[in-house]
Structures are given as C-alpha cells and as structure tokens.
Design a protein. Structure first.
Length: 133
C-alpha cells in the first residue's frame, strides 16, 4: 500500500513589523502539524505579535492541529499580542464549537476581517475574545 501525501500547503506573508499572516490549505493533523507549528513558531521568534491564521481553505483539523493552535495562542498572549483565525468552513467551525474553543479563539469569517481585528487588538493584550486560555 502506497503512502498518500496529505493535502497540505502553507504560505505566509509579513504585512508589517508586527503583523504576519499564515495561510493554510488542506488538512492539519498529526503528519502536517509539525510543519505548521514550525512556521508559527518562526513568526513568533521573528517578533510578530499580530498573527492571522487564515484557515479558510482548511478542510480538517485533528487534536494535534488544535494543540498547535492553542500553543500558538498562548505564546502570542504571553507577548501581549493577538492571534485571530480566519475561518468560514462550517465543518471546521463546528469542531471549534464542539470543543468549545470558539470561545477561546477570535474567529472571523474572512482574512480581511481577521487582519482588521488583529491589528486593532495588537498591543492591547487581547489575544482572544474572552481573554482565555
């Protein structure tokens, strides 16, 4: 049986000295999460404090992917920055609802709305909609 490579692609864009967008397409799970985590960690190491994770083309996230998101959020909040997700896929949004992480993450329906939100929040220490986790 041949191994089928997962549908996964990352691209990123540095908007300004503080703002960074990571666009993910495909599936975030145990075999793709390390690359996603490395990308997010590098943005944070580069001093980015306003981070948008564009998940608009993500079809699936498992617990490993959720862990990467939570760890990234914690690290951004520690730096008094903000992390906003852009997501409109009903299946992925349902996962956030089921796990009750929809109250932890600031989730916006579009990349543009997420960018506006993260730039507004950056510096306020408001990394999520309720100040969690």
């Amino acid at each position: 049986m041949a191994y089928i490579s997962p549908d996964f692609h990352l691209s990123q864009e540095s908007i300004d000295a503080r703002t960074h967008v990571i666009h993910v397409r495909g599936e975030i799970h145990v075999s793709t999460a390390p690359e996603f985590s490395e990308c997010l960690n590098q943005a944070l190491a580069d001093g980015k404090t306003a981070v948008v994770l564009d998940l608009s083309e993500v079809e699936f996230i498992d617990s490993t992917g959720l862990s990467v998101l939570l760890n990234g959020l914690r690290r951004v909040i520690r730096r008094q920055g903000s992390l906003v997700l852009a997501c409109s896929n009903p299946t992925v949004l349902r996962l956030f609802q089921i796990t009750r992480l929809d109250g932890t993450f600031d989730i916006q329906p579009t990349r543009e709305q997420a960018l506006a939100r993260v730039q507004l929040q950056d510096g306020d220490g408001a990394g999520s909609s309720d100040g969690a986790p």
